[in-house]
Design a protein around this ligand. Structure first.
Ligand code: PLP
Length: 349
């Protein structure tokens, strides 16, 4: 059984973090001449460095999403958090992460960038987790980190908390549960409830999907304080810009509108899923709980080319495991989905 300290890269354990001016002095003062910023504030109001700990954002995350303030750290998108976790725990040229394909591509890309190996316990044919294979890999191959994406991208499938806990029980490495699409799943059981019991568990959320600000790059890591403090220590001090923090505050305060859009996306997803089945070239719609639909057609490359020629861009997933013939369609506005249907109506198959 590896302790959490034993999982951390030794050079990270001994790292003395950079101390920014904003770390040295906290509180309110009249005159800030400590950080070599410009005193001149133009319309962007970005002349000052951002709060390294994004406190105002995190207060609202607790208020609006119930994410406890003391357990959150904000990344420049979840992508930065994935990269940071790999760099904190996995040693280049030696350690490995475990993923379950088909899944989000970023885990393996960031592992490769850091010269960290990638183990795969593929999903079963029905796109559920192969728990037995995951357990075997964890006990024999000893990955430092195991990434589980639920609802999974690109399948949209939710894994039960019971399955996730089965992995947590036997995993003495770090388990990262990526809940980027949680907001779209009805009656979603978040792994956040398990953090008290499993200090090696990390949960990730994002404001890029249901919360509507992909362009601002706001990813959220929720974990016990030991991992949180490591991430704070390793992250670039000013990783979340003033503009991004402002966007996060605006969207979190506008949560009624966010929920309204979320509901309309879910309704559109459910109705489009049914409608797509009426096209002769559609073989299957893979139902999921996210803001996209996976549709299997006779010839994915041909339909992809047809749609893109008409200025409609979907994601071609035909080369992913089990997803031969599949396109992933994000639920857009009524107008966008109207144009998609219009194009599909004119497709010869
Ligand atoms: C879109 C997505 C994210 C979000 O990444 P950001 O960097 O926060 O925009 C995270 N995980 C998965 C599985 C995703 O599909």
């Amino acid at each position: 059984m590896r302790t959490i300290e034993e999982l951390v890269n030794p050079h990270i354990l001994s790292l003395v973090p950079y101390k920014s001016a904003r770390d040295d002095f906290q509180g309110n003062a009249d005159v800030y001449i400590d950080a070599n910023e410009s005193w001149y504030e133009n319309e962007s109001s970005a002349n000052r460095y951002p709060d390294p700990l994004a406190r105002d954002v995190r207060v609202l995350l607790e208020e609006k999403l119930g994410l406890p303030f003391s357990r959150t750290v904000i990344g420049n998108g979840s992508d930065e958090l994935i990269d940071l976790l790999i760099r904190i725990f996995a040693e280049a040229g030696k350690d490995k992460i475990l993923i379950e394909t088909p899944t989000y591509g970023a885990y393996s890309v960031f592992a490769s960038i850091n010269n960290v190996g990638v183990l795969d316990a593929p999903l079963k044919r029905d796109l559920t987790l192969d728990i037995e294979e995951m357990k075997r890999s964890i006990s024999e191959d000893r990955p430092k980190l195991t990434f589980i994406c639920t609802p999974n991208n690109p399948t949209g499938k939710v894994y039960s908390l019971r399955e996730i806990e089965e992995i947590l029980k036997i995993n003495d490495g770090i388990t990262v549960v990526d809940e980027a699409y949680a907001d779209f799943a009805d009656n979603f059981e978040s792994a956040i409830s398990l953090i008290d019991k499993y200090p090696k568990l990390c949960v990730m959320r994002t404001l890029s999907k249901a919360w509507g600000i992909a362009g601002a790059r706001i990813g959220i890591l929720i974990s016990d304080s030991y991992i949180r403090d490591l991430v704070v220590k390793v992250k670039p001090p000013y990783n979340v810009s003033v503009l991004a923090q402002r966007a996060a505050i605006l969207t979190l305060k506008d949560s009624d509108k966010v929920k309204e859009i979320r509901d309309s996306v879910v309704n559109m997803r459910n109705s489009l899923s049914k409608e797509l089945l009426s096209y002769s070239f559609v073989k299957e719609v893979i139902n999921g709980d996210a803001n996209f639909i996976l549709v299997r057609v006779d010839d994915a490359d041909k339909l992809y080319a047809y749609l893109s020629k008409r200025g409609i861009i979907v994601r071609n997933r035909t080369h992913e495991r089990y997803l031969e013939g599949c396109l992933r369609i994000t639920i857009g506005s009524d107008e966008e989905i109207g144009k998609l249907k219009e194009a599909l109506n004119g497709y010869e198959g």
